[in-house]
Design a protein around this ligand. Sequence first.
Ligand code: ZN
Length: 351
Amino acid sequence: MSFRSLAASQPAVAAVLQRSLANDRLAHAYLFAGDALQDMELAARELAKTVNCESPTKQGSCDHCDSCRKIDASTPPGGQHPDVQWIRPESKSRRIDIEQTRELEKSLHLKPSVGRMKVGIIAEADRLGREAANSFLKTLEEPPDRSLLLLLSTAPEQLLETVQSRCQRIQFGAAAAREPEAAHAPLVDGLLALLGGSGSVLKAYKSFDTIRGFLDAEKKRIEEQVEQSAQLDHYRQTADSKWLEEKEKEIEAQAAAEYRRRRAAVVATLEWLLRDMLVCIEDGDAALLFHRDRCDALRKLAATQTRERALANLETIETLQDQLERNVNEPLALEVALLRLSGLTTPATAT
Ligand SMILES: [Zn+2]
């Protein structure tokens, strides 16, 4: 399997990983989150193959070289390649224990023996015991050179917040079965108006305000929700100040992580709209659309757009998602992206 086949089932995931590979900006640690472990294992294996492949292509690994074949030869997946290590819960306890993580850490700190990179893959990472997870934090904080860690989980919220926050999260999903969130409808309307407005500053800033307003409200709601569920008020009466301080920090990190997830979902909704636009320009079947309820509006708009423009727009929103993941200034990145989408400024990639 190359990224091309991953792109068929998980287009957003394939795009993010391929872009990071192409720009040589792979993170040291990823958290793959989704419903189907199998999809995530396939993606992890493909990534492990690509970074170690003897003749990689733009589409990913070659599938044929010695390294690719060893990583493919599986049970457990990747078991035959000395630089690619998989761990998963032991059958009896259903937990990943500290001996397993220690062994993985030890291996990651060695130089790659035949490949270019050491890859550690933790399947069902939510089954990491607290002790194992804590011992692993240092490796996540200071990952060894030429190492790549992939944590795979169908229940990522069960991972320690400190582990989650040290990984770049990649959300997997069954795109075809998913529906646009009703709450995102005003943002979709705004973007449609923006795309149809041929270079309108007013429309760009109106869309900016709508998105900013939505995100601010989300942030507030998440903070309240997280604080409430932590029952901090109750502990304030009884707990000692040092414990309380730690707890507050943990809550803050939890709220920030949840906000990043929600923000990524907002940008993904807009990204889907731009993909849909491309589908309409190419006269694709309506069944391929994510925003099927916008089919008419999309088709009408598609008649006025070029394929080049649609591709450049898609690139703009992918760049935005990428920048937000790397914690750049959110309002600024959003503003620049919307001005580009409105056609007021030239996309950097089109020049
Ligand atoms: Zn290969």
